[in-house]
Design a protein around this ligand. Structure first.
Ligand SMILES: Nc1ncnc2c1ncn2[C@@H]1O[C@H](COP(=O)(O)OP(=O)(O)OP(=O)(O)O)[C@@H](O)[C@H]1O
Ligand SMILES: [Mg+2]
Length: 289
């Protein structure tokens, strides 16, 4: 679905490449996460793939066709959720949706029920007749997301879809992303939210400073690089709470743990799974945020 080979990009007037030889493939029906700290080049990659930036070096194909050869016809086959929502501020949410439906070539009778469903699913039915200039950031993000799903695209690009959303709306959007994937659609998810990446993606690419450091399934990465730990909290003789971490593996044979355990009464004992963020830091040496 997406084939990228040795992709380089330099913004006009800059002295260094922002993307430095990316290579990856996304299979049909896959949810592929692009994870990396701010400024690592995630949005630049998405913008190149959807044809918003030009002048790359290397090879990139969508639907087995070079991105340089795509014209406006590409926009009927992909859905795009932008990092910063860009709606027509003087138009209402409903008018914005109908405008984009017409750009996608949907007839009014096709578009109307779909738009109503999407506005309901994103919790915007009550705001359908409000001009988007009166929308909060979260409402704009949700409308942006609804718009991306409008053509029911085989290939969906989402750039930070849950950014700025409260937990309930974020979880709702995650569910809608999952449902879209369940229809066999392909999703390219750009994020620095490791929870989203971990929960949603079949595979995740770690991006740092314009380079891909590792691509694998989150589960596999955690298995390979993550270390589960146990946190022991105790109250010492002076009544102070002290805390120490130990590897979960072979805990019962760990003399340091056993010694500490015998020293003071136990207040709490918790095990902690390695997070994708731990793995990211270990693999790339960089922080995620
Ligand atoms: N129009 C531009 N002109 C010049 N440099 C740019 C432009 N847009 C982005 N950059 C630079 O390219 C690099 C990558 O930016 P990009 O927006 O792709 O990062 P990102 O990984 O999406 O970050 P974030 O998580 O903050 O969204 C940054 O150093 C940024 O300053
Ligand atoms: Mg970005």
């Amino acid at each position: 679905m997406i084939h990228v080979d040795q992709l380089y990009y330099r913004y006009p007037g800059q002295h260094h490449d922002t993307l430095k030889g990316l290579s990856f493939q996304v299979a049909p029906g896959e949810m592929f996460g692009f994870l990396g700290p701010s400024g690592s080049g995630k949005s630049t990659t998405q913008k190149l793939l959807i044809g918003l930036l030009h002048g790359h070096r290397g090879n990139a194909q969508l639907f087995n066709k070079d991105i340089a050869q795509w014209r406006a016809d590409i926009y009927r086959r992909i859905g795009v959720g932008f990092e910063l929502p860009n709606h027509y501020s003087k138009l209402t949410a409903l008018e914005n949706m109908h405008l984009f439906a017409s750009l996608y070539g949907l007839s009014k009778s096709q578009a109307t029920p779909r738009i109503q469903q999407l506005l309901a699913d994103t919790g915007l039915s009550d705001q359908a007749h409000l001009r988007t200039e009166e929308f909060s950031k979260g409402m704009k993000m949700r409308l942006n997301f609804a718009r991306a799903l409008l053509p029911n695209p085989d290939l969906l690009f989402l750039d930070e879809p849950t950014s700025g959303l409260d937990p309930v709306n974020a979880s709702n959007i995650r569910n809608m992303i999952r449902q879209h994937k369940e229809q066999g659609k392909t999703i390219f998810l750009t994020t620095h939210n490791m929870y989203d990446a971990d929960e949603l993606c079949d595979r995740v690419a770690f991006m740092v400073d314009g380079e891909l450091k590792k691509i694998d399934a989150p589960r596999q990465m955690k298995k390979q690089f993550g270390e589960s730990t146990v946190t022991l909290e105790q109250r010492n003789d002076a009544g102070q709470l002290i805390s120490a971490d130990f590897p979960l593996q072979q805990l019962a044979d760990n003399p340091a743990f056993l010694q500490q355990l015998a020293r003071y009464p136990v207040e709490t004992l918790h095990s902690k799974e390695a997070s994708l963020e731990d793995v990211f830091i270990k693999v790339t040496g960089a922080q995620l945020t």
